[in-house]
Ligand binder design. Structure first.
Ligand code: SAH
Ligand code: TYD
Ligand code: ZN
Length: 406
């Protein structure tokens, strides 16, 4: 087995989630089942730099391509989150003359829209052609490419240096961070910053949200591992902000080493991670045991409901849910359909589990008895929109932080 993807150090595997399909590879129909691609989903921790990472890497072109179905703008909470984030960057890092922001993984332009409206120069770098085209259709400038050193040199030549490189739910998707940092080094101005936000290891361990682990989420970051990552490539972690979105994230700000004074929040979060032994082998082993328990509890509940003759559906054909269904074997016999608002997922089958995806607009009376909330990170938004379900006697099921009927 190979070493740490960041530092080459020894990696200890602490969680094995078995064979898994690509989490966003929805099937057109049963005829595609035979050729479905699977990989081994295992997670390890580096003994040297503490980076939590997948042990097997899926070729990037298999995941991010013309048909990549994830759409960022479907959640009103996320639209608001990115508008706020953009406004805050505009007021701080981008307030100077001729400021320039580059976004990695801009998807359908959910953040760049606000930057463009403010008249600030921007460029999205987005390898998935379909979503990049949606962003371009909104008048945004987007380069269809994977960000890496080669891309950075090309962008530098065409656009010059950037004050901010921003990435949401994208940095953790990139195994080849050595190349990314080489690119940032040429692309960022001397006082420029890299700002990225991703699911936080601390929240994942605390909530048992193991479904944050799938092919696209190659790294599970913490302040400890990101500080070490930054140092390795001549940068420094200068700020951290905890975020409530997507079940708990951290926004990390990195500057060139010595360029800025790190905020107190950095030292605080590093100390908190040490105090709670976040990276200790025992903590990660306990997390793995909890994953087993959650999976057993969820299958137990769904089998009981099936035996009682209840009708159970799911809500949110998330990438995350592929890990759950494929780890547990939950299929159409336990969950008859998954409702989802993404047009690109509707009428298809979920990866590996082959549960049919129906339009969210069809989640109407006569309601099922139970709805398993696969998009638990959007619970407030979804439960509010679908309040008629509960009023009609329907019950939501969640498995984060534990399996329960709500
Ligand atoms: N920023 C959006 C989208 C996150 S989905 C949001 O937070 O909702 C992750 C995105 O990263 C996908 O659109 C994918 O195509 C893109 N991506 C994957 N590898 C990348 C790379 N090397 N450079 C830039 N974008 C990448
Ligand atoms: P999300 O949890 O954002 O990400 P991931 O796929 O990476 O796990 O996915 C949310 C899914 O839920 C997405 O397919 C859209 C769907 N959805 C709805 O159907 N209705 C809603 O109101 C919201 C917010 C999301
Ligand atoms: Zn390492």
């Amino acid at each position: 087995m190979s070493g740490c993807r960041v530092c080459g150090g020894d990696v200890t595997t602490f969680l094995d989630l078995g064979q898994q399909p690509l989490s966003d590879a929805f099937l057109l129909g049963p005829e595609q089942i035979e050729s479905e691609f699977f990989y081994h989903l295992r997670v390890g921790s580096c003994r040297s730099c503490h980076m939590i990472q997948l042990r097997d890497e899926v070729p990037r072109e298999r995941m991010f391509h013309e048909e990549y179905p994830y759409r960022s703008s479907l959640s009103s909470v996320m639209r608001e989150h990115f508008a706020t984030t953009a406004r805050s960057l505009l007021a701080t890092e981008l307030s100077g003359p001729d400021a320039f922001l580059i976004e990695l993984g801009c998807n359908d332009g959910v953040l760049l829209g606000t930057v463009a409206e403010a008249g600030v120069r921007h460029l999205g770098v987005e390898p998935s052609g379909g979503v990049a085209e949606v962003a371009r259709g909104r008048g945004l400038s987007v380069l269809t490419a994977f960000f890496e050193e080669k891309t950075a040199r090309r962008v530098l030549e065409e656009h010059g240096r950037a004050d901010v490189v921003y990435a949401a739910n994208t940095f953790c998707h990139i195994p080849y961070l050595d190349s990314v940092f080489a690119g940032l080094d040429v692309l960022l101005t001397p006082d420029g910053v890299l700002v990225f936000e991703d699911p936080y290891l601390g929240d994942i361990v605390e909530r048992g949200s193991f479904d944050q682990i799938y092919d696209e989420h190659f790294y599970l970051f913490s302040a400890t591992s990101v500080a070490s990552l930054a140092n390795r490539f001549g940068f420094e972690l200068v700020d951290v902000v905890r975020l409530g979105v997507h079940g708990g994230e951290v926004r990390y700000t990195l500057a060139r080493a010595g360029a800025r004074v790190p905020s107190a929040a950095v030292a605080d979060l590093l100390a908190e991670e040490t105090d709670r032994a976040l990276h200790a082998p025992g903590t990660l082993e306990d997390f793995a045991k909890r994953v087993d328990r959650i999976c057993d509890d969820l299958v137990g509940l769904l089998e009981r409901l099936r035996d009682e003759g209840r009708r159970v559906v799911a809500y949110g054909a998330t990438a995350k849910s592929a890990t759950v269904t494929n780890r547990t074997g939950i299929g159409p016999d336990l969950v008859s359909t998954v409702y989802d608002s993404t047009p690109e997922k509707q009428g298809r089958l979920t990866p590996g589990a082959h549960i049919p995806v129906s339009p969210a607009a069809e989640f109407t009376a006569p309601y099922p008895d139970y709805a398993l909330l696969f998009a638990w990170n959007h619970a407030d938004e979804i439960m509010q929109r679908e309040s008629a379900f509960r009023e009609a006697g329907g019950r939501w099921i969640s498995y984060v932080p534990d399996v329960r009927v709500m």
